[in-house]
Design a protein around this ligand. Structure first.
Ligand SMILES: Cc1cc2nc3c(=O)[nH]c(=O)nc-3n(C[C@H](O)[C@H](O)[C@H](O)COP(=O)(O)OP(=O)(O)OC[C@H]3O[C@@H](n4cnc5c(N)ncnc54)[C@H](O)[C@@H]3O)c2cc1C
Length: 475
């Protein structure tokens, strides 16, 4: 068991058949114990490197099930995990032997186009949100794929295609309905439980279970201007120098990223990129598609591409879900940091590590930050410092379980070595594969906000019931 889990109640589920039968009557959602039909499908999470066997999974159907689930965990001293989209790379949505409150059935999304607000239940995914918002030409800033959960992504920050124009996902949160460790249901907003509202915007699932989010939505799509251009991997440093300069000079509407990766061999891909090691340049304009074409075309004219897929993706929803099917069976371990400079030393370092990736699925991923994200002061939300213009993540991934130790070690070593680069700092804990966030990692993500986070934890969860996460221990 990781040290992060040692602080909480920590107990295993040991209900007998009579107790289980009584629980099945109490909850509206279904209960799954080991051996029940469907248990194995339900316990599987997105990161195939993590294979845990909860003592009980409750498919919560609403607030009442979540409240009763929290009370059950507290009263019986059970190790408790909360699951929404199930994309935690560190596996923070499941536990061995303990209780999992699975929120996936709570996936309702209600849009009010008149005031551009969206109510989202705690277990919805971003694809479900886009389905409802895009019909009104609206979007809430989420991530770059559609399968991630609104819950984990927002509570940890939320970086995607819209963050330069509209801020992180958590910056667009207006209020949240939260089940606390003592079973109370409260509203956190700018007017109520303001310390809790501050803490859940970046501090993760440490403070309670969010059963309902209310977000501000913005006009985006359905048609969007975007670039998706494939270059040979060897073009790396020269191409990325040009990309860096263009990215920094672009308006807030443009969010762009560059990815070192290896394309699969499938026939469904254009022949010039099948099985090739590539640098992919992606860019999207968060505004009127016609207004954005010129800014986006600049990214299409960099270097000498192998293939330009920019016109193949018709709309925002298709773009958001375009990468969903890649790596559904992957074993993952990620690490990340921010960079003040993407100077020659950094570009050469990243290129050298990208040339020596341990698996074709493993990526070196550069994102531009800045824009609206950087205009939110570090102390205004728990998320912390947002001043660095770039983030790099080392997304170590493989289909082959036997290669997992090698890819994990590559990401660890590379991220440690990268800390020597000028202006390298911080970490984005939503991109961490480490089961326990140590003090260093918490300092890197939260900086000066960590003390206030610990105080808020003491106020809302003094016994650390919510400990299966990037844990901010109360002491
Ligand atoms: C393929 C992939 C793509 C990704 N892309 C992006 C991206 O573009 N941008 C980005 O910022 N991140 C991205 N991430 C990282 C992502 O933000 C985190 O993995 C996040 O934790 C996922 O949230 P989830 O709800 O799917 O995960 P879960 O595994 O279900 O939950 C993660 C954590 O959040 C807690 N939690 C979840 N829901 C709630 C809730 N309602 N109330 C309280 N606690 C809750 C859980 O207890 C757990 O500790 C990506 C991850 C993967 C694997």
């Amino acid at each position: 068991m990781s040290t992060s889990m040692a602080h909480g109640a920590g107990g295993m589920v040991r209900f007998d058949a009579h107790q289980l039968a009584a629980l099945r009557l109490r909850f509206r959602g279904a209960l799954y114990a080991p051996g029940d039909p469907g248990y194995d499908e339900l316990r599987a999470i997105e990161n195939r490197a993590i294979d845990r066997h909860p003592g009980l999974i409750i498919r919560c159907s609403g607030e009442a099930d979540v409240i009763d689930g929290v009370n059950l965990a507290r009263e019986h001293g059970l190790l408790l995990a909360v699951r929404s989209g199930g994309h935690s790379i560190a596996g923070h949505c499941t536990v061995d032997g303990g209780l999992v409150l699975d929120l996936r059935s709570m996936d309702g999304v209600w849009v009010n186009p008149a005031d551009r607000t969206v109510h989202i239940e705690g277990g919805a995914t971003w694809g479900q949100v886009d389905r409802e918002t895009q019909v009104f030409g609206l979007a809430v800033p989420g991530g770059i794929v559609s399968t991630t959960g609104v819950g984990g992504l927002t509570l940890g920050g939320g970086i995607g295609w819209l963050h330069r124009k509209w801020g992180l996902a958590c910056d667009n949160l207006l209020s949240a309905t939260v089940v606390l460790a003592d079973g109370r249901l409260v509203t956190a907003s700018a007017d109520e439980h303001t310390d809790l509202f501050w803490a859940i915007r970046g501090g993760g699932g440490n403070f309670g279970i969010v059963v309902d989010f209310t977000f501000r939505a913005h006009p985006v799509g359905p048609k969007v201007a975007l670039a998706a251009v494939f270059h040979p991997l060897e073009a790396g440093p020269d191409l990325l120098r040009e990309w860096r300069d263009l990215a920094l000079a672009s308006p807030d509407e443009v969010t762009t990223r560059a990815l070192y990766w290896s394309m699969p061999r499938g026939d469904q891909l254009p022949p010039p990129v099948q099985g090739r090691d590539v640098v992919i340049i992606g860019a999207m304009y968060a505004g009127d598609a016609d207004d954005g074409r010129e800014a986006i075309d600049r990214f299409r004219s960099l270097g000498e591409p192998l293939f330009d897929m920019s016109d193949y993706i018709p709309d925002f929803r298709a773009f958001q879900s375009g990468f969903d099917s890649i790596g559904e069976e992957l074993h993952r371990y990620w690490r990340s940091m921010y960079l003040d400079d993407l100077d020659d030393e950094a570009l050469d370092f990243l290129h050298e590590r990208a040339m020596n990736r341990p698996d074709p699925y493993t990526a070196v991923h550069l994102s531009i930050m800045g824009g609206a994200t950087s205009r939110v002061p570090a102390a205004s939300t728990a998320f912390g410092d947002r001043s660095a213009p770039f983030m790099v993540s080392f997304d170590a991934e493989t289909e082959d379980p036997a290669r997992y130790p090698a890819i994990r070690d590559w990401a660890r070593t590379t991220s440690v070595d990268a800390r020597r680069l000028s202006g390298a700092r911080g970490a984005y804990l939503n991109f961490s594969g480490d089961p326990a966030a140590g003090d260093d990692a918490l300092e890197q993500q939260f900086g000066a906000n960590l003390a206030r986070l610990r105080a808020t934890k003491r106020a809302y969860d003094p016994s650390n019931l919510f400990c299966v996460n990037n844990n901010i221990a109360p002491e």
